[in-house]
Write a protein that binds this ligand. Structure first.
Ligand SMILES: [Zn+2]
Length: 92
């Protein structure tokens, strides 16, 4: 997720800006983390991430702050772990 994509989203629809950690905490949802190199994935606790990054941190940018615990890659994607998006979040 680069700057180009972010500005695109902003132009398209202000309402569809990325969820923040506070949004997820309020919804009781965790953060799904996915390593783009080895496919390792895990769900991180939102409260832990808020303690580290603050409540207003956008969820898609959390990946840039993380490192894969399996292969040590920093190429990690993050998204809200909405239970209803099981099919949408499948990338492989
Ligand atoms: Zn990995």
């Amino acid at each position: 997720m680069g700057r180009f994509k972010q500005s695109q989203i902003k132009d398209q629809d202000q309402q569809r800006r990325p969820a923040s950690l506070a949004n997820l905490r309020d919804a009781g949802v965790g953060v799904f983390c996915w390593c783009n190199r080895c496919g390792h994935n895990a769900e991180a606790a939102t409260a832990m991430l808020i303690a580290q990054l603050g409540p207003n941190f956008p969820v898609p940018e959390i990946g840039s702050q993380m490192r894969c615990s399996a292969c040590n890659s920093k190429d990690v994607s993050t998204r809200p772990a909405w239970p209803s998006q099981g099919q949408i979040t499948r990338h492989s």
